[in-house]
Design a protein around this ligand. Structure first.
Ligand code: HSE
Length: 298
């Protein structure tokens, strides 16, 4: 009655698909170990010193597990040990990885009685603790893998897994703090119709480009006229990374989730390496510490 698993980092929004598109990365991953206990309730053991809460109701994995345990009265308790390699606050789904990994692990211990869509619903309780919003665009890809479209989260998650061609993903995490709750608060609540038209044209085209393995269409569709113009101001180096990466041959990219990480998609590995160089140069010139991840869609 123990299980060990790796919970992946994820990129939410994928530029034009605010709150509805996301994909999972091969790296980084969080290591998680779960076991059923006779001691009632949820016990969280953080194996690093990121200062994450251990009180279950305030911990993203804990909140998700508490929601799941309410449906399994025959289970007394569960212990989860987490070693994080996805830095909290990086914008690559650190909280979602903990919540998703926790519910996938407990589901395994319970004989896989829940569907993936039901697991998304439980894990959203964790995301709510982290950012105050029950968005699923990190959780769904963490649970399903690959690229996912979340058509709706109400009344229940309607997740559409999407086929995609091979894509190289380069991520840079500059060491600045952007809280998801703050990055949501600054967004305008009204969208002019012409911007909405442009945006849903891009979302439809991005989904079609992925399904058709049409790299040029994917590149054209990686444009966000609603969220990026507001949020990019919070991220130093945004314009340099974006224009430099495009010049190096990247298909496109932008803010990962609510930032501060930026991601770029490339068709070829050599391009992804050139993009990583653009990212390093940008943050070295700005004198900011950063991490770069060279990976692919998982
Ligand atoms: N879709 C969410 C947002 C993702 O952009 O606020 C947060 O990681």
């Amino acid at each position: 009655n123990t299980v060990s698993l790796l919970a992946p980092a994820t990129v939410a929004n994928v530029v034009c698909g605010f709150d509805v598109l996301g994909f999972a990365l091969h790296e980084p991953n969080d290591e998680m170990h779960l076991r059923l206990t006779d001691e009632p309730g949820v016990r969280i053991v953080n194996e690093d010193d990121f200062g994450l809460p251990t009180e279950p109701a305030r911990n993203v994995a804990g909140a998700a597990l508490l929601a799941m345990l309410r449906t399994a009265p025959e289970v007394a308790g569960v212990e989860v040990r987490i070693r994080k390699h996805i830095r909290p606050g990086s914008g690559i789904g650190s909280s979602a990885a903990s919540a998703a990994g926790a519910v996938v692990g407990l589901n395994h211990l319970l004989g896989n009685r829940f569907t993936q869509a039901e697991l998304v619903e439980f894990a959203m309780y964790g995301e709510e603790v982290a950012s105050g919003v029950r968005h699923a665009d990190n959780i769904a890809p963490a649970i399903y893998g690959g690229v996912t479209l979340i058509r709706s989260t109400t009344p229940a998650p309607d997740v559409v897994p999407l086929d995609a061609p091979p894509l190289f993903v380069t991520v840079v995490h500059p060491q600045i703090e952007v809280k998801t709750s703050d990055a949501r608060q600054i967004l305008k609540q009204q969208v002019p119709l012409r911007d909405a038209v442009r945006q849903w044209g891009n979302v439809g085209a991005l989904v079609a480009g992925l399904l058709k393995h049409d790299y040029a269409l994917i590149g054209r569709a990686l444009e966000d006229v609603i969220v990026e113009p507001v949020r990019s101001i919070l991220i130093p180096g945004f314009e340099q990374v974006k224009s430099g990466s495009r010049a190096a041959g990247a298909l496109g990219g932008g803010i990962s989730g609510s930032g501060p990480s930026l991601f770029m998609l490339s068709q070829h590995e050599a391009t992804a390496q050139a993009v990583a160089k653009v990212m390093r140069t940008t943050y070295e010139q700005l004198g900011l510490d950063y991490y770069v991840y060279q990976t692919t869609i998982n």
